[in-house]
Write a protein that binds this ligand. Structure first.
Ligand SMILES: Cc1ncc(COP(=O)(O)O)c(C=O)c1O
Length: 345
């Protein structure tokens, strides 16, 4: 039998196990656009409770959750303040401009730095020649920066200022659960500093599909309209919501295992010739590895590992991103280390 690959490309690659598939098959469903879907409603309530927010809406993806928020908070010609390497600016194919006519004021660098001083310096004066600053976007954990956790203090500082000047905050919490487990700060504490929060079930939590966008009722009313316009209001989506609900109720604490595996991965790969990785920078389930070897860049090493059944993603010419999740364990790390050692000599 052919061995399944050890897949470190992303925490999005997980497959639903038998329990999750059973729950999906047996889910009580309705037409969410007509009379409503009871399982979707349970999920929306559970996610809102977890975040300490008034309500939430189920959508197909994290990208749609973010774009629903952007559309609900802004008008064409507005400007959003966002980290330079945030998912919203870097990996959503220009959707903020394409869908909503927004301009982005980006701050910070590859390490995901984002603080009050940068935000303050980015707010436009009220002046007819300037685009109005209408939304601040934060990301927790920061994907591009290697799953970095933004300190709670930054949320306190930025939200204090944002409330003074009347600019709402959207939190891209695709991996908020990882930040909760790594920092010990509750989801509702982080969310209390934002006006809308997105959360993904199909990343570390292990569901096959789905995200929610949460906020107060007045926000949700506008968000419902944007979701409709984007085609994200689904029908018997209770089958998907059942998996997401199971993921939210069962798979949060176990993220600690993913975090320690990512730590170990960074230590073990960083000790190999031609690779560098700093475990001190690994805060959650993402480990970045620099390829310093003279014969290999990130792409060449990625291809060589692929031939050994180990999958990984390149994030730059000499940078590989390894992500740990439900479907990789210590034996996959052994396989990765052996393959890397054999390749690099
Ligand atoms: C921080 C962050 N936000 C949003 C998304 C988008 O999620 P999706 O792939 O479900 O659209 C991702 C995906 O990796 C992400 O890392």
């Amino acid at each position: 039998m052919v061995q399944a690959p050890a897949d470190f490309r992303s925490d999005t690659v997980t497959r639903a196990d038998a329990v999750m598939r059973g729950l999906m098959a047996d889910a009580l469903v309705g037409d969410d656009v007509l009379e409503g879907d009871p399982t979707v409603q349970r999920l929306e309530q559970a996610a809102a409770d977890w975040l300490g927010m008034e309500g939430s809406l189920f959508v197909p993806s994290g990208t749609m959750a973010n774009q629903v928020a952007l559309g609900a908070w802004t008008r064409p010609g507005d400007e959003i303040i966002v980290q330079r390497f945030a998912h919203v600016t870097t990996f959503e194919a220009g959707a903020a401009g394409y869908l909503h006519g927004l301009q982005s004021m980006t701050v910070g660098g590859e390490e995901g730095d984002f603080d009050l001083e940068q935000v303050k310096a980015s707010v436009r004066p009220e002046f007819i020649h300037c685009p109005p600053s209408r939304l601040i976007c934060m990301e927790q954990t920061h994907n591009y920066a290697g799953g970095r956790v933004l300190p709670l203090q930054v949320f306190e500082d930025v939200s204090g200022f944002a409330r003074e000047v009347g600019i709402p905050i959207h939190l891209d919490g695709a991996r908020l659960a990882n930040a909760v487990v790594a920092s010990g700060v509750s989801a509702s504490t982080y969310a209390s500093h934002a006006d809308s929060v997105s959360l993904c079930f199909s990343k570390g939590l292990g569901a096959p599909v789905g995200s929610i966008i949460a906020g107060r009722q007045d926000f949700l009313e506008r968000a419902r309209l944007v979701r409709k316009r984007l085609g994200g209001w689904m029908r018997q989506s209770g089958h998907l919501a059942a998996a997401a609900l199971h993921a939210l109720e069962n798979n949060v604490p176990r993220l600690a295992q993913d975090h320690s595996l990512a730590q170990e991965l960074s230590q073990r790969l960083g000790a190999l010739p031609g690779l560098e990785s700093d475990p001190a920078l690994v805060q959650t389930n993402i480990a970045m590895v620099q390829v310093t070897h003279s014969d290999y860049d990130a792409q060449a090493l990625l291809e060589a590992l692929g031939r050994e059944g180990v999958l990984v993603m390149a994030m730059g010419e000499r940078r590989l991103r390894f992500v740990t999740h439900l479907d990789v364990g210590p034996e996959d790390l052994d396989r990765l280390e052996k393959a890397a050692r054999d390749i690099l000599g």
